[in-house]
Design a binder for this molecule. Structure first.
Ligand code: ADP
Ligand code: MG
Length: 254
């Protein structure tokens, strides 16, 4: 683990703790009081219609967006506290987006080694060793010298996951990681995510893949209109939702 424990951090703090989170863009309130806690080792899937604020919630967790009010704690650190080293907090968070955002001029392995060297200061040999280990973990050992343009979308997304893993994150945020993929490529990416979950990785995953949410999530959170409408075990929220808004959202997916 690259991020050494901080004396000010409560050892039993949740991985993520969001309290009363509001976020507005100008006059538009996108998040209207979100409370959400994610424990270490937990896999939480966030579902909900387009525009409900799912991406904004994830972006507030690593301060890509600044909350308008409320608190966001990551491993006990309040991300908006000016005394907190936000770069250190961010180093502990792996983020995987819908668009893979690989460096096009770098090979798969170089995409993994560059941030390790720049951000963590690892030497070339160590970064390459860890990079190869992470590529193996996502099943892409044979692609280390290949450039992103020569990889399928699913392979590119697996490189992006391996790149995040190479930074030894404490937790991973996924924002619709399979939404940009051709249907036949979705399964390989979900299989990698499932194996991460099985290994105990803490994961907050925005997804429309109800099968994945149902089988892998410890908890499913349904968001609509900037609020958490309901949350609970996947079989309950997806199988027998309590709210009409959840039912109509799920019905539209079928
Ligand atoms: P979701 O991920 O659930 O589809 P988002 O969090 O992306 O929802 O967006 C929620 C709402 O916030 C949308 O109406 C979107 O247009 C708006 N929004 C998101 N980011 C910005 C921004 N940077 N500036 C203005 N409006 C934004
Ligand atoms: Mg989104």
């Amino acid at each position: 683990m690259e991020n050494s424990p901080d004396a000010r951090r409560a050892p039993d703090a949740p991985a993520i703790e969001v309290r009363g989170l509001h976020k507005s863009f100008g006059a538009l309130e996108v998040l209207s009081g979100i409370d959400l806690s994610v424990a270490y080792g937990e896999v939480v899937c966030v579902i909900g219609p387009s525009g409900s604020g799912k991406s904004t919630l994830l972006r507030c967790v690593n301060l890509l967006e600044a909350p308008t009010s409320g608190t966001v704690r990551v491993a006990g650190d309040e991300v908006t506290d000016p005394d907190v080293d936000i770069d250190r907090v961010r180093r502990g968070i792996g983020m995987v987006f819908q668009s893979f955002n690989l460096f096009p001029h770098l090979t798969a392995l170089e995409n993994l080694t560059l941030p390790q060297r720049r951000v963590l200061g690892r030497d070339k040999a160590e970064a390459a060793r860890i990079g190869r280990e992470r590529l193996a973990r996502v099943g892409l050992t044979d692609k280390e010298a290949v450039y992103p343009a020569k990889l399928s979308g699913g392979q590119q997304q697996r490189v992006a996951i391996a790149r995040a893993l190479a930074m030894d994150p404490r937790l991973m945020l996924f924002d619709e990681p399979t939404s940009a993929l051709d249907p036949e490529l979705v399964g390989d990416v979900l299989a990698v995510m499932r194996s991460l979950a099985d290994e105990g990785m803490t994961m907050l995953v925005v997804t429309h893949e109800m099968g994945f949410a149902r089988e892998v999530a410890d908890r499913v959170v349904f968001m609509d209109g900037g609020v958490v409408v309901e949350q609970g075990p996947p079989d309950r929220v997806i199988g027998s939702p309590a709210h009409a808004r959840t039912r109509s959202f799920l019905a539209r997916l079928l």
